[in-house]
Design a protein around this ligand. Structure first.
Ligand code: PLP
Length: 371
């Protein structure tokens, strides 16, 4: 079965095979494995262990986002969040539930967040200490200009938190040129193409030291993850590590390195997007976004304007043909959603389009255009 969803993604057999080993967390064989995974993530963000640390947490992406907010934003502190879609809404909820205030910056449907609007909002409210934004908005499929947004906050003397969960490992990211960034968050199971179970932050060591003990949580304190590694050793996890998941990620990182790193991976995802976008148009369907703003991570297609359209039935027909897409949509207008990431290539997307053509015929749909 090919998972065509924006995470968890289709993984390679080598990655899944790495789960078939047992480990004792304190064993000397496990230490170097864990330490090397932490080390090998840093260059993917354009930095090294000299200035930055990679900080793993058990759990999904939300855990790392909450941990970054707790660690870097003081209780009662204010964040500016560009409202790009569902994941910006989730970021807002995570911040509010841990007692941080959010100032929402409206962003037009299908538009990129505007760095000038960020600058204006920060100038208008000196109490805002952080800009927090979603790099690749997984609901809309729009990729925002992370470097320009961060620079706007940096120029205003503010700090930055980036939800890069659906971006990290493919989209460009150079933290060495972004000194205002406190944390970039991601998971193992999106563009890194490994299995779920681990979330990460990459953060400047200096800032982790400065913020020690302020998270009001032991589990979700990134500064504590860092100080533990400094005290006990880079290969020591604070609690029981998801060792099999780390081993799978180690194999997935080797595959990423062999693909030419993030630029190589991005080239494949762009080829996936081209194949899918062209294919969708060729069978008479309508993409939600124009090509100019459509990112290479996830793509929404408007539902056909036909009374026989039934998303779950469409999903079931595709599943019978070997492709699994989301059975819900996350756009204002009815649509279906297809992930462009994971261990898949353009030939898979051409085959998926052919399966969609058959599935639409199977549903008896006559009008494929959107309303
Ligand atoms: C997947 C994702 C998350 C995290 O989701 P989890 O289910 O907690 O792993 C956060 N932000 C974005 C943009 C995502 O795509």
């Amino acid at each position: 079965m090919k998972l065509m969803i924006p995470g968890p993604v289709t993984t390679r057999a080598e990655v899944r095979a790495a789960l078939a080993h047992d480990f004792a967390p304190w064993d000397r064989d496990f230490y170097p494995l864990y330490a090397s995974v932490r080390e090998r993530l840093l260059p993917l963000a354009g930095v090294s262990g000299e200035t930055h640390a990679s900080l793993p947490l058990q759990g999904s992406g939300h855990f790392a986002i909450e941990a970054a907010i707790r660690t870097f934003v003081p209780r009662g502190g204010k964040l500016l969040v560009p409202m790009t879609g569902s994941y910006a809404n989730r970021l807002t909820r995570l911040a509010r539930e841990c007692g941080r205030a959010v100032v929402s910056l409206p962003v037009g449907e299908g538009e990129r967040a505007d760095p000038r609007a960020v600058a204006a909002a920060l100038a208008a409210d000196p109490a805002i200490g952080h800009l927090a934004f979603v790099y690749s908005e997984t609901s809309s499929g729009v990729v925002h200009d992370a470097a320009a947004l961060a620079a706007a906050a940096g120029a205003a003397g503010r700090r930055v938190i980036i939800d890069a969960v659906s971006a990290f490992g493919a989209l460009p990211l150079d933290l060495s040129a972004m000194p205002e960034v406190d944390a970039v968050l991601f998971t193992a199971n999106k563009c890194l193409e490994s299995v779920p179970g681990l979330a990460f932050a990459i953060a400047p060591k200096e800032r982790l030291i400065a913020r020690a003990g302020q998270a009001e949580s032991w589990c979700l304190d990134l500064a504590d993850v860092h100080s533990h590694a400094e005290r006990v050793g880079a290969g020591s996890f604070r609690f029981t590590p998801p060792a099999q998941v780390l081993n799978a990620l180690s194999v997935a990182l080797a595959l990423l390195e062999a693909e030419g790193g993030p630029p190589g991976r991005l080239a494949r995802y762009r080829a996936n997007l081209r194949a899918f976008y062209d294919g969708v148009l060729a069978i008479g369907l309508t993409p939600c976004l124009p090509r100019a703003v459509q990112g290479p991570i996830v793509m929404n297609v408007l539902a056909p304007d036909d009374p026989r359209w039934d998303l779950q039935a469409f999903v079931d027909l595709l599943k019978m043909r070997g492709f699994l897409i989301s059975n819900f949509y996350d756009t204002p207008l009815p649509s279906f959603r297809v992930g462009l990431i994971g261990a898949l290539g353009p030939e898979d997307y051409r085959a998926a389009v052919a399966a969609m053509d058959e599935a639409l015929a199977g549903l008896g749909i006559r009008k494929r255009k959107a309303a």
